[in-house]
Design a protein around this ligand. Structure first.
Ligand SMILES: CC(C)(COP(=O)(O)OP(=O)(O)OC[C@H]1O[C@@H](n2cnc3c(N)ncnc32)[C@H](O)[C@@H]1OP(=O)(O)O)[C@@H](O)C(=O)NCCC(=O)NCCS
Length: 128
């Protein structure tokens, strides 16, 4: 697959209300978007409800600014009995249409498949 064929789990535009006291995008806002993107990928694989159990890694590499187009790419790192670890790459385009996306953060989050009682349940094995 060509790099340009990659599809992000989500794309989002940070707004002025998402900034910290210095005017840059608040890290907590980005963490929340990453959690949403990871949960979408985990839910798709598990085929049902998931909850976030751990943020294993979160690295802010470059600042994010109002108006950047933020794309979050997800890939499955590991599937356990009831848990699934998702690796996420976060890129920002400062000037849209210029193909100038830069990596602004990376993260690894773990989700657990849960039933209607919020208890962990086994993730079905998917055929290759
Ligand atoms: C997620 C939750 C259901 C797990 O319940 P639990 O009784 O601790 O379940 P277990 O100990 O059987 O662990 C379930 C799986 O999670 C994994 N896990 C538990 N804690 C973990 C951690 N800190 N880091 C990574 N994986 C973890 C276990 O290894 C296990 O994986 P496996 O089945 O693939 O081997 C429970 O902790 C919970 O409800 N947490 C709150 C979730 C939530 O509200 N998230 C949103 C926060 S706003």
């Amino acid at each position: 697959m060509k790099d340009t064929d990659r599809q992000p789990e989500i794309r989002v535009l940070p707004m002025p209300s998402d900034t910290n006291a210095s005017g840059d995008i608040f890290g907590g806002w980005l963490m929340s978007q990453v959690d949403i993107a990871g949960s979408i990928a985990a839910h798709r694989h598990v085929g049902g409800r998931v909850v976030t159990v751990a943020v294993n890694e979160f690295v802010f590499i470059k600042p994010v600014f109002v108006g950047d187009l933020v794309s979050i790419y997800a890939s499955i790192e590991n599937v356990g009995k009831t848990s699934i670890r998702i690796s996420l790459d976060i890129e920002a385009e400062r000037e849209r249409g210029k193909n100038d996306a830069i990596k602004v953060a990376k993260a690894v989050l773990t989700y657990v498949a849960v039933d209607a009682n919020r208890e962990p349940h086994k993730i079905p094995i998917k055929p290759e």
